[in-house]
Design a protein around this ligand. Structure first.
Ligand code: ADP
Length: 391
């Protein structure tokens, strides 16, 4: 029996950390990366440089791999079907992955499953956005009285967005013109008055085994995830369980294999709505590297190989993950001395990326019994590494 080869498409930090999780298991790892400089390409020994949108490149890469999985959701669905037809297991498969690629397909499927989502529909042009807004205003007037024009409205291109790119908050027909310029279908959504964002992370294997991590709170700054708190503070147990069950159900119904992140809004009146789905390890699960018995990366590797899944339970009462964004100081290593000396529980995860202002270059995890203290330590370290905190 030889050890299997996991082929990962995409050379970002998720591939880097998935590779890391496979090392203790002796799993061989092969990477398809766009450039040799990418985060995972720096550390994986078997790297193919090529374009994931080219079928022949994918086919050549897949030869010799026991399974193909992903660091991102940008491989064309028809190429994944071709690989499957060649006999290569693709996990998650194209029928599942299409829901993470296309927000229109995702919304339609979740509607059919009766999963609560923000009010939404595909809109044809700015005039249609005005109609969508008016429909919302009419619904509100019927429920609660009052009168407004229904704006602001959220517009999203159905494909190609990430970290808030591809998402617009528009206040009138004039502003609604911009999202249509890309020539990609546009989804309109009500602007949810949420109290916070949560994420329900689950992992499912081809066998049908599934595990759920505790639901976390995810705080965004300027559309980018800033901090994740595990578990989500003061989330009533029944609501947390309902969110976990919903994520497990989505994973099962969509046939997801591997890690599924279900990004959620918690509304003022205690409802949970689905924002979007990601079928790969996810930023809201980075805390599991140091805060859970089995990390999301280790469980993703197990799932795509159809091995029994590991225990998702937390190791500490509270774990906080804080993203490290690039700042004005390119030399983050010189900050390690202070950060490590200040907090021996701190775990630093750097991605090997050049430091550019606002770019996610790493994250830190820390944990403990007192949430205020854990949050302070995580934020301090992330700020110190970035250079926004100097003592
Ligand atoms: P991306 O694909 O860039 O991650 P998302 O759909 O997750 O895009 O949206 C990015 C952010 O925009 C969300 O994290 C949330 O803060 C905000 N957002 C998205 N949809 C809505 C909505 N319907 N109502 C209110 N805020 C939203």
């Amino acid at each position: 029996m030889t050890f299997p080869v996991v082929g990962m498409v995409g050379g970002g930090q998720l591939a880097r950390m998935t590779h890391e999780a496979g090392i203790p298991l002796g799993i061989r790892f092969k990477l398809l990366s766009e450039t040799p400089q990418e985060s995972a390409a720096q550390v994986v020994s078997e790297v193919v440089i090529g374009d994931h949108r080219d079928l022949e490149t994918l086919r050549a890469f897949a030869r010799g791999c026991d399974v193909i999985t992903f660091d991102h959701e940008h491989v064309p669905i028809e190429h994944l079907r071709a690989l499957e037809a060649d006999g290569i297991p693709v996990r998650p498969g194209p029928d599942a992955l299409v829901h993470a690629q296309d927000k229109g397909v995702m919304r339609a499927r979740l509607d059919a499953l009766g999963v609560p989502c923000p009010r939404h529909r595909i809109v044809a042009d700015p005039a249609d956005v005005v109609r969508f807004a008016a429909e919302g205003a009419a619904e509100r007037a019927a429920e609660a009285g009052g009168q407004d024009d229904g704006f602001p409205v959220i517009l999203k291109t159905v494909r190609g967005g990430y970290d808030g790119k591809g998402v617009w908050v528009v206040h009138n027909a004039r502003e609604a013109a911009e999202p249509f310029r890309a020539g990609v279908p546009v989804l309109a959504e009500e602007k949810v008055d949420f109290v916070r964002e949560l994420a329900a992370n689950v992992v499912r294997s081809p066998h049908g085994q599934a595990v759920a991590y505790p639901v976390v709170e995810s705080r965004q700054v300027d559309g980018v995830c800033d901090t994740v708190i595990a578990p989500a503070p003061e989330l009533p147990e029944a609501r947390a369980l309902a969110a976990e069950e919903m994520a497990l159900r989505i994973a099962k119904e969509l046939g997801v294999v591997g890690h599924l992140a279900v990004e959620l809004f918690e509304t003022r009146d205690g409802r949970i709505l689905v924002n979007e789905l990601a079928m790969r390890p996810h930023n809201s699960g980075h805390w599991t590297q140091d805060g859970a018995i089995t990390s999301q990366f280790a469980n993703h590797v197990r799932a795509v190989l159809d091995l029994p899944l590991g225990d998702p339970r937390p190791r500490a009462k509270w774990t906080v993950m804080a993203n490290v964004l690039g700042g004005d100081y390119p030399d983050m290593y010189s900050a390690y001395l202070h950060c490590m000396a200040r907090d021996p529980q701190l775990k630093i995860h750097m991605y090997g990326k050049d430091v550019k202002p606002g770019r996610k270059v790493g994250h830190v995890n820390t944990y403990g019994d007192d949430l205020g203290d854990v949050l302070e330590r995580a934020r301090h370290a992330a700020g110190y590494l970035r250079g926004t905190i100097t003592e």
